[in-house]
Design a binder for this molecule. Structure first.
Ligand code: GDP
Ligand code: MG
Length: 371
């Protein structure tokens, strides 16, 4: 870095001198009008400027203390320098603000609540209801007796028009032909649940088949193959969207086609884009997002970022039998704004699946775990 202070009669002259001496890439660090018998302009300029070196005051001071001094008083800062120091100040302010809000939430804000509301708030937090949602519930309910009504209302999310029945159980509608695809993170219980749904549909006299879109784990196909033999229904294992289309055509006589997918980490962009490819074919697929109620709550909340870009029709919560608290169900319904098709309550196939309405769901959330 080269720094130079130039004196000239006026600013324009100073600029042309800067250009001449330091070249067209020079930046102005400061300029000052000097009064007196013979007024003049003093401009400090630099070329080949290193942001990091300049942002550490001590280092700069060691290089040229008098320049740093002038820089601080300067009226005119050039873009690069201004941006980097402004950004640092902004980052520090945001950090302070965040800490302040956090402290407020943990003490002041909450303490200002009347005792009854505070108790409700703690009760909801104890059920793993997210902080923000708990505060909103308290605001609307006011008294503990009203929580159930407000929560039921929140969970009563309308079912998509595309598939008015939504659940195999009440598939009494005229159009019984349905393609249902289960998606969700690895181990959330998709394959197991698919087998449960297949068994139920068979019991209701439906013609059922299964397709597994398995592009990753070869082993996963084995599990669904066993189920297909056990239940006695045809299964296609497909690796790409063309063979998926063919398979749907082949199963055109079926009332219900259940589609299993290989779960991946939702953060994997390729996994989400593979799923998007399927939707782009324009088939009337009903999508159910399966999430394990016993998973870590912040992991579940995080899934929203990824699955939200897919056309989800329903949510379903698995492993409710293992979950210590069920607040995550409420959090996720608020986040995704999708109705819950069913919950699963154990590993048993067939069985261990329950179709719940918003009232039953609220009951489960509020009654599971310690009071
Ligand atoms: N406790 C319990 N375990 C379940 C439930 N549903 C599935 N599982 C188990 O969770 C594990 C993963 O299930 P799987 O269907 O293979 O998940 P996938 O990777 O999403 O297909 C298996 O051991 C299942 O038996 C449930 O409702 N409760
Ligand atoms: Mg599976």
């Amino acid at each position: 870095m080269k720094i130079k202070t130039i004196r000239a009669k006026n600013f324009r002259e100073a600029l042309s001198l800067v250009k001449k001496e330091l070249g067209p890439d020079a930046v102005i660090l400061s300029s000052e009008d000097k009064k007196g018998m013979k007024p003049y302009v003093e401009v400090t300029a630099a070329v080949d400027y290193d942001i990091e070196e300049y942002s550490g005051k001590a280092q700069v001071a060691a290089v040229k203390p008098e320049i740093v001094e002038r820089k601080m008083e300067a009226r005119q800062h050039i873009a690069t320098e201004a941006c980097s120091s402004d950004l640092m100040v902004l980052q520090r302010d945001i950090k302070n603000l965040r800490e302040y809000i956090e402290a407020m939430k943990n003490s002041g804000f909450e303490l200002k609540m009347p005792e009854e509301r505070k108790n409700i708030y703690h009760f909801l937090r104890g059920k793993s209801i997210n902080d923000e949602f708990a505060l909103k519930l308290v605001e609307r309910a006011g008294a503990i007796e009203d929580i159930e009504t407000v929560m039921t209302d929140d969970l009563n999310i309308s079912r998509p028009v595309r598939s008015p029945f939504g659940q195999i159980k009440d598939a009494a509608a005229k159009d019984t032909r349905r393609i249902i695809m289960l998606i969700g993170p690895t181990g959330s219980g998709k394959t197991t649940t698919l087998a449960k749904l297949a068994s139920m549909a068979i019991k209701e006299g439906k013609k059922v088949s299964m397709i597994s879109i398995d592009t990753y784990k070869i082993g996963a196909a084995e599990q669904i193959r066993i189920y297909s033999r056990m239940i006695g229904i045809p299964l296609d294992i497909v690796a790409n969207r063309e063979s998926f289309r063919k398979s749907i055509g082949r199963f055109s006589d079926r009332d219900v086609i259940l589609v299993d997918t290989t779960g991946q980490n939702p953060r994997d962009a390729e996994y989400i884009s593979n799923l998007k490819n399927i939707y782009e074919m324009g088939m009337p697929i009903e999508t159910q997002l399966l999430l394990s109620a016993s998973s870590d709550c912040s992991f579940l909340m995080d899934t929203h970022k990824y699955y939200n870009s897919l056309p989800i029709d329903f949510m379903a919560f698995t492993k409710t039998d293992e979950a210590v608290k069920l607040g995550a169900i409420y959090n996720l319904c608020r986040l995704y704004q999708k109705p819950v098709a069913y919950i699963t309550t154990g590993q048993r196939v067939p069985g261990n699946i329950e179709f719940v309405d918003s009232k039953k769901l609220t009951n489960l959330i509020l009654r599971t775990g310690s009071a």
